[in-house]
Design a protein around this ligand. Structure first.
Ligand SMILES: *[C@@H]1O[C@H](CO)[C@@H](O)[C@H](O)[C@H]1NC(C)=O
Ligand SMILES: *[C@@H]1O[C@H](CO)[C@@H](O)[C@H](O)[C@H]1NC(C)=O
Ligand SMILES: *[C@@H]1O[C@H](CO)[C@@H](O)[C@H](O)[C@H]1NC(C)=O
Ligand SMILES: *[C@@H]1O[C@H](CO)[C@@H](O)[C@H](O)[C@H]1NC(C)=O
Ligand SMILES: *[C@@H]1O[C@H](CO)[C@@H](O)[C@H](O)[C@H]1NC(C)=O
Ligand SMILES: *[C@@H]1O[C@H](CO)[C@@H](O)[C@H](O)[C@H]1NC(C)=O
Length: 493
């Protein structure tokens, strides 16, 4: 009963926020006369921005509400071990705008659009990762191949791209934060906000033992001829997807790039804030880049189909249907999950952990760190077992993106690299992902320690109009740090 009242209240606020936003959007549109913004992206921006303004209106004191409207979808998915569909009869069209529809393959997809929530302060991750000490190691000078060959022999040594340092580079960023309107959601385009410092855009990552090949978008697309790159994960995975779209188009309008979302069943369901994901194809090279939202990489299923306020079974041992269904079409897969493994998200989204089709009542998996570890290991194991069946697929698990709340819940440093500029440690700062991929053919995309040095590059408190009392110290400005994650990804393809 209490939960129900809460989200009715939430909807009122969202409505007010939406109305305010529509007015703002009209104003903005007026002031941006001349720039052509596709209807698709503007509605997307509107929705993305609406969630942030609603956040502002709620004006809670909690510092970490960046993912308030976290669940655009909760897709009913296939059995992980048992391929048979779980028997589900007709679902009603539910009130509270939980819309239910059937996809052509006959599995049910649910859109849980009203699941608003607050994010618990992640005390465990509250502080900056310890700044790495300065190294005495020498770096290869850029474009000096003979120098590089002295320190790096590709035959005997695999480059650890995670070890290196940030260096200022006037060739950055790869695209303008004032452009890429079709793919850069405006709340993350810090150039469109009140933020006035942009020095964070002007750095590149220099690995210690090897050179990162220069990213060049046409070469990248040629390399990805007839290939599909899929990102599956949470909002940080989404940021990496938007970043790659901007990098691949150079932030140019690119009307030739086709929206192929429907090929993957990625539609915005009625009442939903956002679609389940996005998919685009570059016609000249037949390259597809897509994102699918799955914040826990687990299958979610409504427990009681006839109850609109039903909780959701979060099946720790079943992978999302989307992944099973389309795996054979992917050539590059980048998974991530991290920030949704907190009790507050489970409560607000009414997620109940299930194992072997039954709710877990007690035991070690009730602990969030254990259950996250369990899921990451389980997912990597499953993916590793699939790789021999999909020889054209290269799979990556991206490590945790660090957040930078100081003890006031702020992140307002604007000076780059105040905590050091180098990572010299051997292993990853994300032990869960590092341990899970060890001994498998799943690659680690280790971005945790290098991103931890960039506390100044978060979205922080800046909004399109004014600033917010609330600091987003989790998501990054774009262009920004996720561009470097993509450089590291592309270097490993
Ligand atoms: C939910 O959606 C239905 C149908 O689309 C609409 O009639 C109703 O007003 C919506 N309710 C809320 C609370 O948004
Ligand atoms: C690391 O190097 C930077 C600049 O090169 C210097 O300012 C800083 O004091 C050094 N830190 C340590 C721990 O040596
Ligand atoms: C595009 O690539 C896919 C494989 O990803 C292939 O099946 C398809 O035939 C290609 N289309 C064209 C027009 O070459
Ligand atoms: C499912 O929800 C409906 C409506 O709230 C209720 O009548 C029914 O008893 C529930 N079924 C189970 C198995 O809990
Ligand atoms: C994570 O899970 C794996 C496999 O289930 C286990 O071997 C490992 O000890 C766990 N690690 C932690 C830190 O719990
Ligand atoms: C960060 O912002 C808060 C709130 O505006 C302010 O109290 C604090 O002094 C600022 N810190 C720095 C280092 O500027």
């Amino acid at each position: 009963m209490k939960a129900r009242n809460n989200h009715i209240l939430g909807w009122k606020q969202i409505y007010i926020a939406l109305i305010v936003l529509i007015l703002m959007a009209m104003l903005l549109r007026h002031s941006r006369k001349g720039s052509s913004v596709s209807t698709m992206s503007s509605s997307q921006d509107l929705f993305a921005e609406s969630s942030l303004s609603a956040e502002d209106q709620l004006a809670e004191s909690s510092p970490s509400r960046e993912d308030q409207f976290i669940e655009p979808s909760s897709s009913a998915e296939d059995h992980f071990t048992d391929p048979s569909q779980s028997a589900q009869d007709a679902l009603p069209v539910a009130p509270n705008n939980v819309s239910v529809s059937m996809n052509p393959e006959g599995t049910f997809e649910e859109t849980n659009s009203h699941a608003t929530m607050t994010e618990e302060t992640e005390n465990k991750e509250l502080n900056f990762d310890p700044p790495p000490m300065n190294s005495t190691m020498s770096y290869p000078s850029r474009n000096d191949k003979s120098d590089m060959e002295n320190t790096y022999s590709p035959k005997t040594q695999v480059c650890n791209y995670a070890q290196g340092r940030w260096v200022a580079d006037s060739q950055r960023p790869f695209y303008s934060g004032l452009g890429c309107k079709r793919w850069l959601p405006s709340p993350w385009a810090c150039r469109l906000t009140q933020r006035a410092d942009f020095s964070y855009e002007g750095y590149r990552w220099q690995p210690i033992n090897c050179d990162l090949p220069d990213y060049e978008r046409f070469a990248f697309l040629r390399k990805m001829q007839d290939k599909t790159i899929a990102f599956i994960g949470d909002s940080l995975g989404r940021q990496q997807f938007h970043s790659l779209m901007c990098m691949a188009t150079g932030g140019e309008e690119s009307p030739e790039v086709k929206d192929v979302a429907t090929e993957y069943g990625l539609v915005k369901r009625s009442g939903a804030m956002r679609p389940d994901g996005w998919a685009y194809r570059f016609p000249t090279t037949n390259t597809t880049i897509l994102f699918y939202w799955s914040s826990t990489l687990c299958r979610l299923e409504r427990i009681n189909n006839t109850d609109p306020d039903s909780s959701f079974a979060l099946h720790l041992d079943r992978v999302p249907t989307f992944l099973r269904k389309f795996l054979h079409r992917f050539n590059v897969l980048v998974l991530n999950t991290a920030h949704h493994w907190i009790k507050a998200k489970f409560i607000a989204n009414r997620w109940v952990m299930y194992l072997n089709g039954k709710p877990i009542k007690n035991g070690m998996l009730m602990d969030m760190m254990n259950v996250k570890n369990f899921t990451v290991h389980r997912m990597v194991k499953w993916l590793d077992s699939q790789l021999p069946l999909h020889p054209g697929l290269k799979a990556f698990f991206r490590t945790r993106s660090p957040r930078h709340l100081d003890n006031k819940g702020n992140c307002n440093n604007t000076t780059p690299l105040t905590g050091g500029s180098e990572v010299i440690q051997e292993g990853s700062s994300d032990k869960i992902v590092e341990t899970a991929v060890k001994g498998t053919k799943v690659n680690i995309l280790d971005i945790t320690a290098l991103s931890a040095l960039r506390d100044e590059a978060h979205k922080s408190q800046y909004r399109i109009f004014g600033t917010s009392a609330y600091y987003d110290c989790l998501h990054w400005c774009l262009p920004g740090i996720p561009d470097t994650w993509n450089e590291l990804l592309v270097a490993q393809l």
